[in-house]
Write a protein that binds this ligand. Structure first.
Ligand code: URA
Ligand code: CA
Length: 433
């Protein structure tokens, strides 16, 4: 087989076989296929698309390029949840203990943040001494004994994806449905879950800027998950404004704790219950979504979910006193308010540029090598739909430098105040096939 022939076949709109796709993925991973040929192949795929069969072969070849995690020794149906990306998305930190509190085993592997999006692993590391690297035997024992553990991805999880994603990033081929779907699903399949709940985000802060594209991506991922033998479903959610009020690492953990105490922001709460109910049903702990939701509400309002989070922090070496005393996270040196310059209604908060503003404060990293500042970030005091009078604080800025003019300008540029506004719809649909 020659790579040049396969590039030509895809360029001209042909379909590649399982063997051909495996040849490309293994050749690129072991270095026998160079970057320039892979770039041409990725660009051909960008323009010609792939069938569900091709995407499934690609996904499985990428999943098998490294470790395949075996969770078989954990009792019960292991359900993973994955978001395609957003700003201020704290759902995993709420869902992991909440779903575990109703008896669903949560063996969660999460990533770090890059650019305008944050990562669950960074957020959890803002808890003093919390360990995100857990040896795999301990990880499995923790989930068996306590139902929940959250760890960073093993270095050898889908190495083909790592290499391809880096190449896509510099060849303008990130935004392709077959390539995004295979990238995400290869990691989910290699992580060993029996069932997968996807949160496919749409809007300014997401890869998919409109609902139709988000639905196409969701249908594609659901179909390849099923073809790969994993129960898979997707929720299409709004990410045109950031989720919840907090953006920044310890600020988002505090938001998650507030949610577990029953006082979280409404949009976060709705997304948590929507995703959580699906997870509970897939794990066969409830027959219907209504029954699942009732179990989750009971776990939250009784304090069981918060107790589970406390237990999870202790198990992973962290200081659980942060739950009762937020100053234990450490505090940013400076706090600034960003007042509304006019009265009206907040009609738009651009998620991506708010995410960039938080990154500029040090809450996120521009490159993989940068370190982050856990204490800084933003609190949105007015979400889309809110009425404001002149001088009301739109956003509170937590910073470790006094030099925040650029950040404040970026915040003003991100927020539109108009004459009227509707509260946005959070859930745009559920995709099961
Ligand atoms: N997230 C991924 O892991 N891969 C993509 O291609 C896009 C988002
Ligand atoms: Ca948030």
């Amino acid at each position: 087989m020659r790579m040049v022939d396969l590039i030509e076949k895809k360029r001209d709109g042909g379909s590649l076989s399982k063997e051909e796709i495996e040849f490309i993925v293994s050749g690129y991973t072991d270095g026998s296929i160079p970057d320039y040929q892979m770039s041409a192949f990725l660009m051909s795929t960008f323009f010609q698309d792939m069938s569900d069969e091709e995407i499934t072969h690609l996904t499985l070849a990428m999943a098998h390029s490294g470790d395949m995690i075996d969770l078989a020794s954990i009792d019960g149906v292991k359900v993973d949840k994955h978001s395609t990306g957003g700003v201020g998305d704290t759902t995993t930190i709420v869902l992991a203990p909440l779903v575990a509190a109703v008896g669903v085993p949560v063996a969660k592997m999460s990533g770090r943040g890059l650019g305008h999006t944050g990562g669950t692993i960074d957020k959890l590391e803002s808890i003093p001494n919390f360990k995100v690297e857990i040896p795999s035997d301990d990880f499995i024992r923790l989930v068996n004994d306590t139902k929940v553990a959250v760890t960073g991805q093993s270095a050898d999880l889908a190495p083909a994806d790592k290499k391809m994603y880096a190449l896509r990033d510099v060849t303008a081929t990130v935004n392709s449905i077959p390539l995004i779907a295979s990238s995400i699903m290869s990691k989910k399949i290699a992580s060993g879950a029996d069932a997968i709940v996807l949160d496919v985000t749409t809007g300014d802060g997401a890869f998919m800027k409109n609902i139709d594209d988000a639905k196409r991506l969701a249908h594609t991922m659901v179909r390849i998950g099923k073809l790969a033998g994993r129960q898979t479903m997707a929720v299409i959610s709004n990410m045109s404004e950031p989720l919840g009020n907090a953006i920044g690492n310890s600020l988002e953990v505090i938001e998650a704790i507030e949610m577990l105490k029953g006082t979280g922001p409404k949009d976060l709460e709705e997304l948590v219950y929507t995703l959580g109910s699906q997870m509970v049903v897939l794990a066969k702990k409830a027959e219907t979504l209504e029954e699942a939701r009732a179990l989750l509400e009971e776990a939250l309002h009784s304090g069981k979910a918060l107790d589970k989070f406390r237990e999870m922090i202790i198990n992973q070496g962290g200081d659980p006193s942060v739950i009762d005393d937020y100053t234990k996270f450490g505090e940013a040196k400076y706090v600034y308010e960003v007042p509304a310059k006019q009265a009206g209604f907040v009609s738009d908060i651009q998620a991506e540029s708010i995410g960039v503003a938080a990154m500029m404060l040090g809450a996120g990293r521009k490159t993989k090598e940068e370190s982050i500042d856990y204490t800084v970030g933003l609190i949105l005091n007015k979400k889309v739909g809110a009425e404001v009078t002149e001088g009301d604080s739109l956003v509170t800025v937590y910073s470790n430098t006094e030099n925040v003019e650029e950040v404040i300008q970026k915040i003003y540029d991100s927020i539109t105040i108009g004459d009227s506004a509707e509260e946005p719809k959070l859930i745009h649909g559920i995709v099961t096939e």
